[in-house]
Write a protein that binds this ligand. Sequence first.
Ligand SMILES: *Cc1c(COP(=O)(O)O)cnc(C)c1O
Length: 463
Amino acid sequence: MNPLAQLPSVDRLLSHASVTPLIQLHGRKLITRVVRETLAAVREATQTGSPLPDETLLIQKVGAGATALSMPKLRPVFNLTGTVLHTNLGRSPLPEEAIEALITAARSPCALEYDIETGGRGDRDDIVSELFCELTGAEAATVVNNNAAAVFLLLNTLAQRKEVIVSRGELIEIGGAFRVPDIMQRAGAKLVEVGTTNRTHRKDFAEAITARTAMLMTVHASNYAIQGFTAVVPESELAALAHEHGLPFVVDLGSGTLTDLERWGLPHEPTPQEAIAAGADLVSFSGDKLLGGPQAGLLVGRKDLIAKLKKNPLKRALRVGKLTLAALEAVLRLYRDPDRLAERLTALQQLIRPKAEIRAAAARLLPALQQALARLPVDVAITALNSQIGSGSLPVDRLPSAGFAIRPQGKKSGVLNRIEAALRGLPRPIIGRIEDGALLLDLRCLSPHEEAAFSANLTKLSC
Ligand SMILES: *Cc1c(COP(=O)(O)O)cnc(C)c1O
């Protein structure tokens, strides 16, 4: 007799008393789909010799399938990679002020493009442009979806069918998909490379200027450093040269923070205010790198140039929504009070977190991790680590940190991959990194109020 004949029907399973709560939780449509898929999978497995599951096991499979389907794709994770502004993990966390502003804007209609005083139409850039001008010393500002969009918009607006002069040492690639030469080409601008990889001089730029030149541009070499026998032209000299020829000088800052990070012992990172003061006519930077805000591309600079950008129909295609503007406005307001910035701006808080504090967190959490890994052939130890800022900021400098090193006993390195995968498979995935034969978990980005959730999560580890 065909063993498959004993499989219950879809209808029988759907009307089973144990399936009713699943239907209440996930809806009939989803459970019907999962029941069908589960039965099909069982039929196929039976053909290759697997035993037929009983009804209880079948219903368990349906429950597990429904839970898996209902899990959000965009799940929170624990970022223990040691990279604070991790592009693949969503870059900067937002400060509470920004989260609240974002929720309020999500819930209610808001004056996004509406002038409350006159009742007329407003401009969404006005929500943040005054703050940007106040904080950077620029005349005007505009916001687009990300910094790649900002660079694209400025090139397309000011340099289409014209030439843009850039130093050869700055023709960078960021995260694979943003390459300066490709963006130039797509924006319709012709790239003119000058100088050499390690050295570029004022006269290299001067000799390249022709009637077709649209602008001089520098791109902050954010994700690498050229060291040794090097020469770059100071921004003030490039600005002066551009202005002698009636050309704009444009700076793609990449990260760009609005405050002096040295104050907190971090390495210096160029700011838009410095670029403006040096004579830049237009500066672009990201919202979710060192600024510590939402994903956005920020453009500050000369009023006439910003006005041209805003008239380009592409600005409409690249604009940001109210959620971004709500969060961005709240973040910018924090920069008005630099004395309290370190307590309020989450990204900065994580970046300047002292090593001793991170080590103390490791000591608190060590027992939970040891217990979770007790039956595996590994040693778990607290270790000194170096975190990095990430997102191409300050590529050379490292932040002294602490965390766990999980090392295999003997030569069984396969066990590390298994643990790494099991940590990723937790209800809230824990993301670490394997380096030099150890699985490293850097605790810099685990905030103290998440420690209990972290330990509870570890109790569900199975590998
Ligand atoms: C990161 C970066 C970009 C791209 O910015 P996104 O906000 O990720 O689009 C462009 N230029 C430089 C120099 C960068 O560092």
